[in-house]
Design a protein around this ligand. Structure first.
Ligand SMILES: CSC[C@@H](O)[C@@H](O)C(=O)COP(=O)(O)O
Ligand SMILES: [Zn+2]
Length: 211
């Protein structure tokens, strides 16, 4: 039973790998079971070729509760998944990928948030407003990953997210959702919006909300 979620994660990782968003072992995926434990990718695995042995089950304190392969290590970015699950109790899946577009968008952003263009696709992230003005928070990419996780916790403790996603500068996005299927869609939608942003930048289109 507890292995079922791993097949969702394996299929999602293969798709994201094929899109070029999880190359060279980049990215990590997790999904939470009803008991609050979660399966997360083991560190350093080729994400296009995952098997059920490439996961570790952890509890909400960050302790390992199931480890199919002895001596495997949980993702180096487990602290970020823990931060997300801690901040958002309804989250059942947390996906992190590295796309070229996300890295470019983080370079184009002036401050500590990436304003999103007011396009139809925002509805897929739960934004149902006329001319929405929403942004994805942008965090510094500290070498020490728990420092990134701490910044994420501190930010969401005082600021409710407009969309279920965050961006780490020069690194990649993390999304969360109430199911693996929804997290999969959120990754696709955020990456679509970032491709749109890069294309608009190349065309010198003004994406400011008031333009
Ligand atoms: C290509 S190295 C990328 C890593 O440093 C990290 O950012 C990452 O996303 C994957 O780390 P992992 O420990 O395999 O979960
Ligand atoms: Zn990463």
């Amino acid at each position: 039973m507890s292995g079922d979620l791993r097949s969702d994660l394996i299929a999602a990782a293969k798709h994201f790998y094929d899109r070029g968003w999880m190359v060279g072992t980049a990215g990590n995926l997790s999904a939470r079971l009803p008991d609050g434990t979660f399966w997360i990718t083991a560190s350093g695995r080729a994400k296009g070729q995952l098997t059920e042995e490439d996961f570790i089950r952890m509890n909400s304190d960050g302790a390992i509760v199931e480890q199919p392969v002895p001596h495997s290590r949980p993702s180096a970015e487990t602290s970020i998944h823990l931060a997300v699950y801690n901040c958002f109790p309804d989250a059942k899946a947390c996906y992190h990928v590295h796309s070229i577009e996300a890295n470019l968008v983080s370079r184009l952003a002036a401050g500590d948030a990436v304003p999103l263009p007011a396009i139809e696709m925002l509805k897929g992230l739960g934004v149902w407003e006329e001319n929405p003005q929403v942004a994805i928070p942008l965090f510094a990419n500290y070498l020490e990953v728990p420092k990134i996780a701490k910044a994420i916790c501190e930010f969401f403790a005082i600021c409710a997210p407009s969309v279920p996603a965050l961006l780490i500068r020069d690194h990649g996005i993390t999304v969360w959702a109430d199911s693996p299927a929804a997290a999969y869609n959120y990754v696709e939608i955020v990456e679509y919006i970032f491709r749109y942003t890069i294309a608009a930048h190349k065309l010198n289109l003004d994406l400011r909300w008031d333009s």
